[in-house]
Write a protein that binds this ligand. Structure first.
Ligand code: SF4
Length: 284
């Protein structure tokens, strides 16, 4: 029996059931949902076009990728960058109870619709868990943990409930908490932190730019050079880090970073990363 949802932001009364490891992809427990549900347009990231709800032709019957070892060489760089943040295995094993879409093709439309919703909720949970651990943001921790509980409950509901959720309202409530937590942390570090939110810094040489505790939310940093830059407590939520050069940069205490952002960037063995992110195998 599924539990009723909490009111948004109400106090947490139980430990969230979605644990940190559940917010990382476990492809072995997933029915290849990203390769089924996502639409692709032929580009430098994907070598083919396919609509949402149609399996990629490279997806084998056992849900393994038949070109996995050569994705970049074959023009599927986007697949090496993408990460479902655990949405795929939760839908496969929890929401749909281990029912494979190949054996149950009638589930394809609802799985395809539910996938981006679950992915969105898991991304919010990832960021909120980080916000809850930030000591200078302790004044909003109760609201953050309440929001975590609300979203956690929702991810454990059935597909109809997931699809009926008011995602824009949930996103807005979570985003406001993340903004507040970011402001508290960054101003604790620097009373006048640099503000580059949503700035277009594409291709810029930022090696001598002070970015500690900076607001870089939604900034376009595509191909920018951040070699050796201290990004301590900088807010990188939603920043576009495609081909951003992070060699020797310190992101170990950066706020609201995700694995797909790191996967899309360029770095090296000297790049400092938060403890819960993994150094991509394609970095030098
Ligand atoms: S190329 Fe492989 S990883 Fe990428 S969508 Fe197709 S099957 Fe999935």
């Amino acid at each position: 029996m599924l539990r009723p949802l909490r009111k948004i932001g109400s106090p947490v009364t139980a430990t969230p059931r979605t644990q940190p490891d559940d917010l990382r992809a476990d492809c072995g427990a997933c029915f290849g949902l990203c390769c089924l549900a996502l639409p692709f347009t032929r580009s430098s990231d994907f070598a083919l076009t396919k609509p949402a709800g149609t399996p990629c032709p490279n997806l084998a019957g056992d849900h393994r990728c038949t070109v996995h070892s050569g994705l970049r060489d074959r023009g599927f760089t986007g697949c090496t960058v993408y990460e479902c943040l655990g949405a795929g295995q939760k839908l496969s094993q929890h929401t749909f109870g281990g029912r494979d879409w190949r054996a149950h093709p009638e589930l394809v439309p609802v799985m395809t619709a539910a996938y981006p919703v679950m992915r969105h909720l898991h991304e919010l949970l990832w960021h909120l868990r980080h916000a809850a651990a930030l000591q200078p943001a302790a004044s909003v921790r109760d609201r953050v943990t309440g929001m975590i509980a609300t979203l956690d409950d929702l991810t454990l509901q059935d597909a109809d409930t997931l699809l009926a959720a008011d995602l824009p309202a949930l996103h807005a409530a979570a985003a406001e908490l993340l903004r507040t937590a970011s402001r508290l942390v960054r101003h604790h570090e620097n009373p006048r932190p640099p503000d580059h939110a949503r700035a277009d810094l594409t291709g810029r040489d930022l090696r001598r730019t002070g970015l500690r505790a900076a607001d870089l939310r939604g900034a376009l940093l595509i191909g920018a050079d951040l070699t050796g830059v201290d990004l301590g407590h900088a807010d990188l939520l939603g920043a576009d880090l495609r081909a951003t050069v992070l060699n020797g940069a310190d992101l170990s205490s950066a706020l609201f970073l995700t694995q797909p952002q790191i996967n899309a960037a360029r770095g090296d063995a000297a790049t400092g990363l938060p403890a819960d992110l993994t150094r991509p195998p394609h970095w030098s």
